[in-house]
Ligand binder design. Sequence first.
Ligand SMILES: [Zn+2]
Ligand SMILES: [Zn+2]
Ligand SMILES: [Zn+2]
Ligand SMILES: [Zn+2]
Length: 804
Amino acid sequence: MALPAEEWRAVAAGRWAALQPALRERLAAAPLRDAVLLGCGLLRPEAEEAAALRRLCRRARAGKEPAAARCYREEGNRRFGRRQYAAAARLYSQAASHERPGSPELSVCFANRSAALFHLGHFKVCLEDIARAQGHGYPDRLLPKVLLRKAECLLRLGRLQDAAEALSAVENKITVDQTMTSATHQALLKKISQLRNKVHEKESCPEPAPEAHGAIQRELEIWEENDSISGASSSLSLNFDLDRGRHLVASQDILPGQNLLKEEAFVSVLCPGESLLLPDSSETVWDTRVTNADLYCHRCLKQLLASVPCSGCSYAKYCSQNCADLAWEQYHRTECSLGALLLTLGVFCHVALRTVLLAGFAEVSRLVEQSHDDDKDLHNPEAKCKHCNGAPNTRAGIPGKAEPLIPGCNDSGQYQSSYQAVFNLLPHTEKHNPEHKFLCTLSVVAICKKLQEAGLEAAVLNQESSEEWSKPKACENRSEELSPELKIMAEAMLRHVLQLQCNAQAITVMQELESGDGAVVNKKPVRLATAFFPVLSLLNHSCSPNISVSFSGTAATVRASQPIPKGQEVFHCYGPHRCRMRVAERQQLLKQYFFECHCQACLEEIESDVKSVVSVRNSFCCPSCQASMQGEDTLCCSNGACALSVSRESLSQRLWDLQQQIKKALKLLSNNKSDQAIKMLLKCQVDAGNFLSPEHLLMGEMEDHLAQVYATLGKWQEAARHLQSSIQIVEMHHGPSSVEMGHELFKLAQILFNGFAVSEALSTIQRAEEILSVHCGPQSTQIQELKEMKTCLLELPRSILQRT
Ligand SMILES: [Zn+2]
Ligand SMILES: [Zn+2]
Ligand SMILES: [Zn+2]
Ligand SMILES: [Zn+2]
């Protein structure tokens, strides 16, 4: 979803192929400013491409549609009836996002959701939803039931005075209500008196105050901030040379787990997930699957329990009204009506737009104009010398006197997480594939034309008071030509889209997988958002990095994952890691960053004949005698007595079939058919043992799945046994102190905890804590959860402890 929708890519490719060769050449060589001008000329409203884009946008459901709201609400009611409260709450949220603000239907969504939240035990959020329902005009005759729920929440939260007041309010309400049948009336009165008794009970016998959440003291980390790089530790320094460009180096010895950088994203955009684009035909089918947009706040990426929908569109959902208001003020007033277009053009275009909106027109135009001056200087031999070291910001003019500034630094030599730093990330304009550059140009121009057409230009340029922003004027400027200001914005956006290819940072989280109601939560890392982190972007790539990055909301934290001696460069892994891919695959993937990797791991694999860890471990074995196999296209058994030979293709096919079987087993598991899932997984294991090496990652994955199924059944010993086998394989592939190992040990700790295997649980918690605090820090949720488990185990009566 980073790139535009496939169909739009095809349209742009068709147009590119049909262009005059001379024009293609001009476009390929054009600086960004000229590319935008040429793009404007090509994407006229009457052009076939513009029509195709309008058609594609109709598929992206970003507006409010009453039919969708009804469908989601009805499905929500069905799930509620089946006591699937979490699913019901999510469906009511989806319904709410399609209702008009202030409508009784919206208030019903909130009231229904409050009921689901009540059953889930989220009393505080339930109260918020009840207030929302009231705020949006919840029908008076239905109010007593909701007010009773409010009283019950207050009671559960220990707010007895408020609960008593709420009960009196319900009582008053039903005494004046003439429309109520006497049966309903009686039922309500009975409930009121029950609750009132509970209030009295609690008043006469107050419970000890519930322990404050997160009672465990969070350790404060020692942190000395760098003078010249914002958010970085003082153990780093920013260096620059021709080979490596800008990079960060340890200015003193660094220990594993040491905090090196904390940075808030300059901009981030939630990845919507695939299902927002529906096929053309499905007019009435509404997708009830949940996507990132249903699970995380559109602005701060916090996990959503009861989302607040945008009042204008159906795709932006927030954790709170405050987030909704901030997003509106900062960028969403411009983005709101462009939802369908942004979903069609993909996340990179969306990030580019949001970047210029956050920076503001004044800053964007200052830097764009400065870049034009620098370009002019480039063609002027006298000014050229200041570029020859790649450090164009040498403003002192007297060579040798002033220290040259590193690009992106401000005039006092500081590198900050600012728009200037984002602007100075390398766009590699001349290295991009010309056809790709053309696609990006057309996409960016399409956004700017839409902004002009929708009367949003003034909002983009911050020219009006905020009251007027909220109601965009109908199109005044129908001329095909973009205004000079929008052309500047388009040029900056094109730059950002191109920069993203090398500098986009994925924000990932460990997402809980939905599978039954097992006490063990299975988590896997998912890509949540795409962001610019200008300081994090200073780190170069290595396939064997010496840091670990973790995210909390839109903030990134970088920690050393191993000792980094003074003077050594600090490396981040952009994706291709030596434990996951062979050197050839890695080099192929790294081409998008326009460099060849010369990291230690790559050099070792290229120069020596030693095969990579990946290809040795993830290999096939002989289907006849299980000895190892040798060869490329045709594999021969290494056992002389056997000498079987098979084509790699047939084994790959068998592997693919096996993976499909495993998927089916997981499907069974998610439908609560655990016994069938176990049978199927055990069969897969036997099959896999016939042709995969015992160290194959898939072997470990199957063990992991089995552990998961047994955990949902409460068979903790079996679960632990399978997970231990999985852990052995993870350790072989990723190493004993890898973050992957930490996550597996975390799971094992949960299983042992649930199975009351106290001493084993304690030692596993210890190991998991050691590893995860290096990668994620002592304040991460996982460490807190481990600590809570430990406290709980240590508080167990001695009799139980001695038994184990
Ligand atoms: Zn939020
Ligand atoms: Zn909106
Ligand atoms: Zn490498
Ligand atoms: Zn054999």
